[in-house]
Design a protein around this ligand. Sequence first.
Ligand SMILES: Nc1ncnc2c1ncn2[C@@H]1O[C@H](COP(=O)(O)OP(=O)(O)OP(=O)(O)O)[C@@H](O)[C@H]1O
Length: 646
Amino acid sequence: MTIDQLKGNVIVNESMLTGESVPVTKTPISTEHDEFFDVKQHGKHILYGGTNVIQTRFYNGALVKAMVIRTGFLTSKGELVRSILFPKPVDFQFNRHIYRFIHCLAVIALCGFVYTVILKMSREVPFKNIIIKAIDLITIIIPPALPAAMTVGVVYAQSRLKKQEIFCISPRSINISGCLNCICFDKTGTLTEDDLSFSQILPVNLDTVTYELPIENPSSLKTYNKLIGCLTTCHSLTLIDSKLIGDPLDQKMFEATNWSLEEPEINDTNKFDLLAPTVVKSNYQNIENENVEIGILKQFQFSSSLQRMSVITRKLDDQNYVVFTKGAPETIFSLCDQNSLPKDVYDRLHEFTEKGYRVLALATRDLHLSFVKMQKLSREETEKDLIFLGLLVMGNMLKPETKDVINVLKQANIRPVMVTGDNMLTALSVSRECDMINSNDQVILLEIDEENSLPNHHRLKWKFASQPSHVNSTSIKKDQMPLHNLDSNNLNEICLSIEKDLHIAITGKTFSIIRDEFPESFLEQIAIRGTVFARMSPDQKQQLIELLQSVDYYVGMCGDGANDCGALKAAHAGVSLSETEASVASPFTSKKPNISCIPKLIQEGRASLVTAFGILKYMACYSLTQFLSVIILYTVRNNSFKYQIL
Ligand SMILES: Nc1ncnc2c1ncn2[C@@H]1O[C@H](COP(=O)(O)OP(=O)(O)OP(=O)(O)O)[C@@H](O)[C@H]1O
């Protein structure tokens, strides 16, 4: 059953749907604004069939109410069952060749059938015998056991994959995974650890609008300020069995402050309002010997496509409501009052991202509104005119298996590609660290030339991404160093003029402008040479997979989160790293949360493919030989006995 939620909050595990094991909070749909219901757009308010409700939250005894909008096969669980029963047809050359081969056999069988009928009729054999002999010939040339025999390899490969904790809901995809020659990887949680480490906060002095000294231990701060308010409230953490559950990034950020979180059953929430779902409390006491308490009154959840989340809060002794927002720095900067940004805001951001840190920007805004008006405030109205508070810097460690697997793939001539929602410089640094880009390779960064662009006629410029300091870049001609304007003709020339291995890196924004405004050939060059695709939205990840397929790559996708679902489904072989055994998100699910499953999958795919080839050759030779011998025997008025055939 798919249910549209109307009242109360629900915490659900949607891993069956998305592969992501972090619980998601579902909130009631807003009735303030007139808008058409859209299943995709309002996904945060929908409970899906087959997903697990971990907890329900309701206030004043009003139980969670929901309306059923879909049942049976139309629900997500139904979709999973349907995708197992009727897997998506895979366009695989081998399958096409098999069908062509069977057509050829059918033609041969038809010729044999006609020949037998004519031959036997000329010899005045009884009609019944003619039919038996002629039909016998058809079953000889097209062996009925062929389809079953062809799946033997797949069945064995599937059971071997299962032993290695790789589960498959679409066995047809096993053969195709033996042909993969390009694998796209999501970054966070796939190549790098999901469990980020808190590194530091770079606060901004709100009076001088300059950066202050970094704070490495926010729990040592004993006075309340907006920055602490943001770190402690701007998250979607929840308590389940007294354990903090939610996005690992949010968890690390909150734990670093050493504040505590309390949930609604606790009567204290009444101090704010009956609707206050969560309260955070300081780890210290102020001059009045009281803990600082902040209630989180409203939440705009994190969305990969918006790259940010916000909360509306109220401090216990405050009259005003305060908005706290955190998200991708580029997005937050654009929502901030530009006067609140320090002059060196981008320099400091680059400093961290170049070293591979995952950086988020924090911002705030005071709301002087009544409670009712605050409740009605839309996301757009809330997240504007923000005041920049500082940068949150998190360590982003590679998983131990990543580097070896990338090298194994490269040795096997399988192209690794990174497609991530994170910052370009962080992505580049990680791609170098995991050997996706070797230290000597050149990377071209394609960007939109904002200054020389017209609204629907953008121009591009390019530059070399800065090299790690130990690499000598003198072999690059001087005139190639500065930023260049670029059109579709000269990208190829530039790429060919560089003697080193070359990679292209672009962001989601540039990618969609190239898709919309540039010729297809230009986009194809990006597909062939692109190694790092950063700041990609979930839709763009899927578009990239389709683009790679259009230039004849057999594309695999390995990801771990809800933002990879589209790409996982679009790929020839999608592997989701998840705790669940099966998810609708992809044909393969690996319980081991690292990319070591990819070489195993390719190996098993190849083994299954080789078995299928072998069986096909054997069956073809066997049936053709038998067909010829039977035709000869029919012609010389003879027939083989049972034991002769055997
Ligand atoms: N919990 C969060 N709250 C606010 N902003 C976030 C949160 N998680 C991620 N972000 C920001 O949104 C951006 C996009 O996130 P998204 O989940 O799409 O991709 P990602 O996690 O960075 O990378 P990947 O696609 O490799 O998993 C992140 O780079 C980060 O700047």
